[in-house]
Design a protein. Structure first.
Length: 349
């Protein structure tokens, strides 16, 4: 098969890899129907992570089951499946508590399994899926092609935006500020509207992203950053901050902006992958009674809620995909997102 390999900063290659096969009774082999590039993939592409040996990359894909191991009981060949960005057994105590990102047997796409085998990445033609029963979620029937982008968004960005909103307590009557205008931030706008927020303010400095935020239901756009953005939010919200702020970037500056935008007694939901040792302002949190929660989104826990709405058309996060390319052009997909020529790039095998 052909698959994407990460060699180092700005070095992404589409090359031959061994065809996956069943290695364990709990495995499945999935033919990838659609995949994409994540903003977190760009951290390594930009050189922010330590370099290691070349490895498969990609953690967002949907596809069709080709084979299953003898211990797989919930899936069969021909099933269309959504693959969360974390591999989990969905049976350990942490999974049962709804935190599959902390599964006691967690594995990563492109990482190494307990037996030392390299897991496939999602940006390839086929993927061996460990712990298939616990990880993959099958749709009731094969979906139409038009729904594939929306279903693909559930593997990470839509579920992550939803996690930010849940962590921040978004609901009817709440004012919401979203910090970050990547695909996760835009999906956080959509998630907040879906949960009944009274007013959603999107922080964005890019016209194309502002347009998507408005399409998703943002009532206001704030293009400023930092304390200046916080002051504008307070002006928009009767001289107080927002009830809920969703931090969808992962940098120290983004968290500082979230702190500047939240009202005393408000809540911050953070889902941005931390970069550069960003720190919480504990003194401010104490003095202003601010609650902070969030982390890696347990996609598997949210699929029962979100998947039916994508399938019946009530929820459509697909506008975050503004560029579609053949997977063989994956290097261009990374470059386009790196240069902000694309919000999120969808890859077709």
């Amino acid at each position: 098969m052909q698959a994407t390999m990460f060699y180092g900063p700005e070095d992404i290659r589409w090359e031959h890899r061994p065809d996956p096969k069943i290695e364990s009774p709990t495995d499945a082999v999935v033919r990838v129907v659609a995949a994409c590039v994540c903003g977190s993939d760009l951290w390594g592409f930009r050189g922010f992570h330590p370099e290691g040996p070349p490895h498969p990359i990609g953690h967002e894909f949907v596809g069709v089951v080709e084979q299953v191991g003898g211990a797989v009981s919930t899936l069969k060949p021909g099933d269309f499946v959504v693959a969360p960005f974390v591999i989990s057994d969905n049976t350990c105590v942490n999974c049962r508590n709804g935190v599959q990102t902390s599964c006691l047997h967690r594995q990563s796409w492109g990482g190494t399994d307990p037996d030392g085998r390299t897991n496939d990445g999602g940006q390839g033609e086929y993927v061996r899926v460990p712990l298939a029963d616990g990880t993959l979620v099958a749709t009731p029937e094969p979906p139409p092609d038009a729904l594939l982008p929306g279903l693909l968004a559930l593997t990470d960005v839509m579920s992550t935006g939803h996690h930010a909103a849940r962590a921040a307590g978004v609901g009817p009557g709440r004012s919401v500020v979203v910090v970050g205008d990547g695909a996760v931030g835009l999906c956080a706008v959509l998630a907040s509207v879906r949960l009944g927020a009274e007013r959603v303010i999107a922080c964005s400095t890019h016209l194309d992203r502002q347009q998507v935020a408005t399409k998703f239901g943002a009532a206001d756009i704030v293009a400023e950053r930092g304390d200046e953005a916080g002051a504008i939010v307070r002006d928009l919200l009767a001289n107080t901050g927002a009830d809920c702020v969703l931090e969808c970037v992962g940098t120290e500056g983004a968290m500082d902006q979230a702190m500047a935008a939240v009202r005393p007694g408000g809540r911050i939901g953070f889902v941005g992958v931390p970069l550069g040792g960003s720190q919480l302002r504990i003194g401010q949190m104490f003095a202003r009674n601010i609650t902070v929660g969030g982390g890696g989104a347990p996609v598997r826990a949210y699929l029962d809620e979100l998947l039916p709405e994508v399938l019946d058309g009530r929820l459509d996060p697909s506008p975050v995909f503004d560029l579609q390319l053949p997977m063989a052009q994956v290097a261009e997909a990374y470059q386009a997102m790196h240069e902000r020529r694309s919000i999120k790039t969808l890859l077709w095998p």
